[in-house]
Design a protein around this ligand. Structure first.
Ligand code: GUN
Length: 311
């Protein structure tokens, strides 16, 4: 549309006459690329201000401890980012690194120690873990009040029950972005592709709490495309590059793309952005959509854990 408007005076005059200038402008504005980078910046700024204000009153700051096991390259990059951005907002970040053959016993011992350390506000064990360490044991052991990932069964259960809970960072980021473009989610049909504990399941709980009608789909779902076509809100969190095509989405729907997939030297989402973007009301790009919000929500969770202990 933009290209036509700038290149074709005849087309512009025709379109404005037929549909009215304001309707055309509204149509253009309504195709919204959700700027996760900007929203994350705003959220980080709010967090930073609150941390400064608390520090001025109490002389205390939040502290996040991250446990990183092994040399899995993506984990190393994520953790480095988390550390850098934490420091920027005034969170004391401490990364404890272990070699990939560390014993489960040693990791569990460290978690107990961190649970009992009153100077530690939040604990994050970066996943995946090597085979000799049980993810289940690790997640179960982290104090639910320091569980900044929101993975512990207490937080998962509280979220599912609609009680106060620490909410996993990526789903929380998705909800905050959704609310920027859809003020009232009540009654909307949300379709989620993916049923992971990290994304799909907590997203479903969050959207139920907002009174959405929620469908969770996954690799065994029959007629996946038809299910997606019913969505007012489509959230793709499945890890398959460009899975969602133009003919999978309803006109005017909102698309949240959680996927981060490597394709050659490019990072692409689970949604074919170029195909889909002109058909929908709003869409998150990859990169620059959900990703930056995930880290900002980790900072938010760390601050909440810190505040809960400030008495
Ligand atoms: N690995 C990939 N994503 C995450 C996350 O959100 N939390 C943790 N702990 N590990 C991850």
């Amino acid at each position: 549309v933009n290209r036509y408007f700038s290149n074709n005076t005849y087309f512009r005059t025709y379109v404005f006459k037929k549909f009215g200038l304001w309707n055309v402008c509204a149509f253009i504005i309504l195709i919204m690329i959700i700027d996760g980078k900007k929203e994350a910046e705003v959220l980080r700024e709010e967090i930073k201000k609150e941390i400064i204000s608390i520090k001025n009153k109490t002389n205390k700051s939040p502290a996040l401890t991250v446990i990183l096991v092994g040399d899995f390259a993506p984990s190393q990059i994520y953790v480095k980012n988390k550390e850098k951005i934490s420091k920027e907002v005034g969170i004391n970040s401490n990364v404890i690194k272990y070699p990939k053959d560390v014993s489960e016993e040693e990791i569990l011992k460290k978690i107990k120690e961190l649970n009992n350390d009153k100077n530690v506000s939040g604990i994050l064990v970066q996943l995946p873990l090597p085979d000799q360490i049980s993810k289940e044991k690790v997640i179960n052991l982290i104090d639910p009040l320091k569980d900044v990932d929101g993975f512990s069964p207490i937080n998962v259960g509280n979220l599912a029950s609609g009680y106060n809970a620490i909410v996993p960072c990526t789903p929380l980021g998705c909800l905050l972005l959704l609310k920027k473009v859809e003020k009232n989610l009540s009654g909307k049909h949300a379709v989620i592709i993916g049923r992971s504990n990290l994304n799909g399941k907590p997203l479903a709980q969050l959207l139920l709490k907002e009174n959405c009608t929620v469908t969770i789909t996954h690799s065994k779902t029959k007629n996946l495309k038809e299910e997606c076509l019913k969505a007012d809100i489509l959230i793709a969190a499945v890890g398959v590059a460009n899975l969602v095509k133009k003919d999978w989405v309803k006109s005017g729907s909102v698309i949240i793309d959680v996927g981060i997939n490597k394709q050659g030297d490019k990072i692409v989402g689970d949604v074919n952005f170029e195909e889909v973007k002109d058909k929908v009301k709003a869409i998150t790009p990859v990169p620059g959509g959900v990703g930056p919000m995930t880290i900002a929500c980790l900072l938010k969770n760390t601050l909440e854990c810190f505040k809960a202990r400030l008495t």
